[in-house]
Design a protein around this ligand. Structure first.
Ligand code: UDP
Length: 243
């Protein structure tokens, strides 16, 4: 099994993108479900006050390091871990699906966004086997769960924002067989081309969060003061454990 670390009681798995993709492929082939969380500081902070969400995080199959804040928190523990960007990882899963003719399902984002994302994926992968697609604005979870179950996906991307997407996956888990399930946040907005991806320079510097905040200033209140508090809590926790 892969190496793990704990950040503020949340499990983080220490592996690279290729290893995560390999494990995903293996679970599909072995017909086992596989819940992947692209974990970031906001989620970890939310888990501090939401025990049910903490339980979801710690019972997932893989928690990959998405946010740069998580990478920094690991560094405090002396661990060098590369960031696995959720958007890039999801793209690679779609590539894997197209190569292996896996059944794919998309849930989340606004109707025009999810339709445009589908169009873009089909331009790149005309043979992509999309068995289910639904925007993320609905009332009745059960109807969605039943429809996804009936479509039998092998890769399911859920972009409802966190913790909604992880809660939805938790409810779906027992209904599916051999399905890789990933909460992808706002990735459909990027896949649709409606939200621009952060330029490479921001990505290299680990400043995607800054770019996204500049483009969508309403995100500011989500990041501050959560991000600095997260880092301070991580430092205190690391010092306590060492002491
Ligand atoms: N969303 C949705 N249903 C909802 C609330 C949000 O489908 O009830 C979508 C929203 O359209 C967006 C995504 O969830 O595409 C959330 O993106 P956000 O940027 O908040 O997520 P992050 O990437 O920060 O996790």
């Amino acid at each position: 099994m892969n190496k793990k670390a704990i950040i503020l009681n949340c499990r983080v798995d220490l592996l690279n993108e290729n290893e995560a993709l390999e494990l995903s492929k293996k679970s599909i082939e072995e017909k086992k479900n596989f819940h992947i969380i692209t974990i970031n500081p906001e989620m970890i902070m939310n888990a501090q006050k939401n025990p049910a969400f903490l339980e979801i995080i710690n019972s997932s199959d893989l928690n990959i390091t998405d946010g740069v804040g998580v990478k920094i928190a690991l560094k405090f523990q002396g661990i060098n871990q590369n960031q696995i960007r959720g958007v890039d990882f999801s793209r690679k899963l779609i590539d894997l699906a197209s190569k292996n003719n896996y059944r794919v399902a998309f849930l989340g984002a606004k109707e025009e966004v999810i339709q445009k994302a589908k169009e873009n994926f089909l331009k790149q992968y005309p043979n992509l086997n999309i068995v289910y697609l639904r925007n993320g604005y609905f009332q009745d979870d059960n109807e969605i769960i039943n429809n996804i179950e009936a479509s039998g996906p092998q890769i399911l991307l859920v972009g409802l924002g966190s913790p909604k997407q992880e809660e939805m996956i938790s409810k779906l888990k027992d209904k599916l067989h051999g399905c890789v399930m990933v909460g992808v946040g706002g990735s459909f907005d990027v896949f649709s081309g409606i939200v621009k991806e952060s330029p490479e320079i921001y990505r290299k510097l680990g400043l995607e969060w800054l770019y996204r905040t500049l483009k969508q200033p309403e995100r500011f209140k989500r990041i501050f003061p959560a991000l600095p508090i997260f880092l301070i809590k991580c430092i205190i926790d690391t010092v306590k454990k060492k002491g």
